[in-house]
Structure formats: C-alpha cells, structure tokens
Design a protein around this ligand. Sequence first.
Ligand code: SF4
Length: 237
Amino acid sequence: MPERDKNKQDGPDIRSNLIKVNVGGDTLFVDSNQYRLKRRKAKYIDTKQRHPKNPKPQEWISEKYSQHKIADYKPFNFVDGEGVRCSLYVSGCLFDCPGCYNLAAQNFNYGMPYTQELEDKIIADIAQPYVQGLTLLGGEPFLNTWVCLKLINRMRKEFGHDKDIWSWSGYTWDELQLETDDKKEMLSKIDILVDGRFLDPLKDLTLQFRGSSNQRIIDVQKSFAAGHVVIWDKLVR
Ligand code: SF4
C-alpha cells in the first residue's frame, strides 16, 4: 500500500476558489466570490454616492489640460444625433461623472494626436451627400477647444451651413455663458448642444441621445436669438 501524502488533506481543495490579490505590496489569497461581491458593492456605492465635479466659472482652461488628442473617430454612424453623422471623440474630461459611459476618454493623454491627415479624412467623409453633419463628443469637447474650433472653422469654410454640428458637453448652457472666450466662441458656432453632466440617479435609457433626464438637447442658434434656452424642435422624448 502506497505511503499517504502527509501534505494532502481530505475534503475539497479550497485553493481552487482563491485568488491572489496585492495589498500594499503583500500577496494575499482571498475567497474569489466574496472579493468580487465586495468590489461590485464598492463600485455600486461609489456610483450612487459620488457626484460629478462642479467647476467655478473659468476654472478649467482648455489649453491647460488639452493634449489635442482623439479617443476615437467614427464615420457614418446613426446614433450620435440626427441623420448619418461623423463623430469625433476628443480625449479628456474633468467632470468625473459616476457611471460615465466613456471612462477611458476622461484621460487627456488617451488615444492618438489630432492630425491634419485625420482632419482631411473627416472633411472628406462629411462631404458625402448622405452625411448630415459632424458630432463632437468625448471626453469633453469644451476642454478641447483648439481641436474642436479648428475642425468647426474648416467645416464652415468647406460646407457653410449645409451640414450641421452637434456637440455634447458636461457643462450646462448657463455655465457656458460664464465661461472663457474659446468656449463661448465654440458654442456660438455649433447648431445643437446636448448639455449637462451624466447623473446616474436620473439615468434613463429611453431618452433620445441622452443618458440622464437632466440633460437637454438645445437648439443653439434659436436659443441665442430668443435669449433663453430653446429645446430642439424634433425632440420626441
Ligand atoms: S461629462 Fe461625459 S465624458 Fe465627462 S465624465 Fe461626465 S459622462 Fe464622462
């Protein structure tokens, strides 16, 4: 009869349920189910209890933060506004909304540099007759005004107002009225602003083009003419 392995214990091998975690440089083995449950709970509490940041007027200066980087470019999509659109996702955002849909793009260094080559491609894509316009989102377009204004100005030069420009922003309409000149210039040159932070308690996935019910789809030019916020007239919900 073979000699019994003294190190082998009877019963289930509980090590199969353990995972290695690093705590302050020490390696610990913890129960994987409990660990994942705690992490999920912590993330849930974080999302429910934390709030987005509220900057003072002109506190965040675009050129101080922007690295002129792009998180993504998506030509010919149907989801970022009305009609077929070309969407530019700029990198960097400071609002830090819990539940943010694009965490990676909060980093100003994420992605690739905005180049002349990319701009030429975007303009060529937008020139297609079936494309309605450009969408700027991120990240925070109003903290990347150098990139956005360069593209907006080129678009107006090439297409006038035949193509429209939508932009998302964590800033509200009212906050932008008190902001720096570059942000105000950018606002004055776009057609539609989807404004405000993403607020997880107000999350509603049935809304058109918005994640939470505090956000508004604003007709920018009509709002300037009226002297108050005018909501996009094609809003369904
Ligand atoms: S404003 Fe938008 S990109 Fe910025 S943190 Fe909030 S959800 Fe994310």
